[in-house]
Every structure is written in structure tokens, then in C-alpha cells.
Design a protein around this ligand. Structure first.
Ligand SMILES: [Fe+2]
Length: 152
């Protein structure tokens, strides 16, 4: 099994808080991979903890992103939010059906998580980030930074 997903600058949205949250999510997904690589006596407990961290942090991150997008009036907001809720639905279903994830199943799940997240960041998140940046072009750097801080 190989590690397939990592952060790269091409994923940057230009909003540092959001980028940090994306890095954290990639690192939680990597924990799922690392645990699948080292199935010891504590495997089930370690995996359960990682999956809990994944669902908790995903929920937090999506709500932050949605708040930000909505506060800026992003026109693709509804579509973006439904991508988030589809993902949450799939993750919850997988976690339930794979309650006792074996390492092979965990690796398949890991591939799904990483593929979805990196594709979502590269396409959908960058789309809203570019739109917001485009809207901010008439503002001074300071106004834009203040608006961003207030929106987050
Ligand atoms: Fe998103």
C-alpha cells in the first residue's frame, strides 16, 4: 500500500485559514492510511478514533467554508453545499457498513477520501476562492484582509 495524497501548493486557495484546514484534513486522511499500514492489537480502537476525528473535523471545516462563501454571496453556494452534504452522507454510510474496517477495506476507503478531497479542493474550492478574490479586486489589500477576517 502506498501513500497517495499530500498537500501541494497547487491546492492553495489563497485563504490561509482554509488552506490550513485543508492541510489538517489531508493529515487526518493520512492517519487512516498509517493505521491501515500498521494493524496491531489496538487497530480497531485507533481506526475508530481516526474516523471520529475525520467526521468531526470535516463537519467543522465544511461549516466554516459555507459560512465564508455565504457571507460573500457566492452564487454557487447551494451547489457547493450539496457536494459537501453528499460527501458527508457517503462517509457516514461507509463508516457504518465498515464498522470493523479491515486494513484492505480501510485502504479502499482512504483512496476514496483522498481522491474526493483533492479533486474537490482543486476544482470546487478553488472556484469559490477565485470568485471571492475577483470580487475583492476593487478593494485595497487592507479592506480585503479585514473583510476576510470578519467573514471567517
Ligand atoms: Fe468545499
Amino acid at each position: 500500500m502506498i501513500n497517495l495524497f499530500s498537500w501541494s501548493d497547487t491546492l492553495a486557495t489563497g485563504f490561509s485559514d482554509i488552506d490550513l484546514q485543508h492541510k489538517k484534513l489531508i493529515s487526518i486522511i493520512d492517519d487512516v492510511f498509517q493505521i491501515a499500514q500498521t494493524p496491531d492489537g489496538n487497530y480497531a480502537l485507533r481506526m475508530a478514533k481516526a474516523l471520529k476525528a475525520l467526521t468531526d473535523y470535516t463537519e467543522y471545516h465544511f461549516s466554516e467554508e459555507e459560512l465564508f462563501m455565504r457571507s460573500r454571496g457566492y452564487p454557487g453556494f447551494e451547489g457547493h453545499r450539496s457536494q459537501h452534504s453528499d460527501f458527508v452522507g457517503k462517509v457516514n454510510m461507509e463508516i457504518r457498513s465498515l464498522a470493523a474496517l479491515g486494513p484492505e477495506d480501510a485502504y479502499i476507503f482512504y483512496r476514496f477520501l483522498g481522491t474526493w478531497l483533492l479533486d474537490h479542493i482543486a476544482k470546487s474550492d478553488k472556484a469559490w476562492a477565485e470568485w471571492i478574490q475577483e470580487q475583492g479586486k476593487g478593494l485595497t489589500r487592507l479592506q480585503f484582509a479585514m473583510d476576510t477576517l470578519l467573514a471567517l
